[in-house]
Write a protein that binds this ligand. Structure first.
Ligand SMILES: [Zn+2]
Ligand SMILES: [Zn+2]
Length: 258
């Protein structure tokens, strides 16, 4: 079995300190490819540097909506330069987070639009972070996302109705361990609607360990096995078939080699 963790933060704190062991455990669990996601200029550089250590590791680069307040024009230009690196396979994460509001909303929207422009120019897929901002996210995508070929909503926890809107727009949906949480019935109903051709898996580690490992404080790619198993059961598919289908989706979305 081959699984791809399409959204992890392997350069963050304790994961970075223990990365060789983290990757060894991941491979043992069948998760043998990773997209490590940068969130600010420093993390973007670290993400690219880390991909040089591991064959099947790739990077996405962007400025998280939390950090949009610090995203200067120069930081955006630097994304363009860093994206020339072969291991950079996507722009993001970018989007809107109206839950925490760490950056002013108009600033988040502006930086999000700039990421979309850049992804279009570079012909790279884009990873969207959208929290309590669904309608506003869709509005910005309609206005600025036309030139972007492939768009994924990461860590999706929206309603079935919202999932349908995302699918109808031609976008992809990625699920974390949140889908396994007891109180996540709405997310499960959404997941049931998403065909494997449009579905991807991620840990978003170090956050949000899936059940039955939710007590593990620092999530890591190996634990994505549990999310895969859970979703295969939800879809009444055999795990190897489900894994093969979503891995094919992820490879084609991020243009990864076979
Ligand atoms: Zn996110
Ligand atoms: Zn993330």
């Amino acid at each position: 079995m081959q699984l791809i963790d399409t959204h992890c933060h392997l350069t963050f704190g304790q994961l970075a300190d223990d990365v060789d062991q983290v990757i060894a455990r991941s491979i043992t669990a069948g998760v043998n490819s990773w997209i490590t996601v940068g969130t600010d200029p420093d993390q973007n550089q670290k993400a690219i540097a880390l991909t040089k250590k591991f064959d099947n590791m790739y990077a996405a680069i962007g400025i998280h909506p939390h950090d949009a307040k610090d995203a200067t024009d120069q930081a955006i230009r630097q994304l363009n330069a860093l994206a020339q690196n072969k291991k950079v396979v996507a722009i993001g994460e970018t989007g809107l987070d109206f839950h925490y509001d760490h950056s002013p909303r108009d600033r988040q929207a502006d930086v999000f639009a700039k990421h979309l422009e850049l992804a279009g120019e570079l012909d790279l897929p884009i990873i969207i972070h959208s929290r309590e901002a669904f309608d506003e996210t869709m509005k910005i995508l309609e206005r600025h996302g036309i030139g972007v070929n492939k768009i994924v909503f990461h860590c999706f926890s929206g309603s079935p109705e919202q999932a349908k809107i995302v699918l109808d727009a031609g976008y992809y949906i990625s699920f974390t361990g949140v889908v396994t949480f007891r109180n996540a019935e709405r997310t499960r109903q959404a997941a049931a609607l998403v065909p494997p051709e449009r579905l991807m898996l991620e840990t978003d580690c170090p956050y949000m360990s899936p059940e039955p490992m939710r007590k593990q404080r620092i999530n890591e790619p190996a634990l994505m096995f549990h999310t895969a198993k859970f979703l295969a059961e939800l879809k009444a598919m055999q795990l190897p078939d489900f894994a093969a289908a979503v891995t094919a989706t992820s490879k084609s979305f991020f243009n990864l080699p076979d």
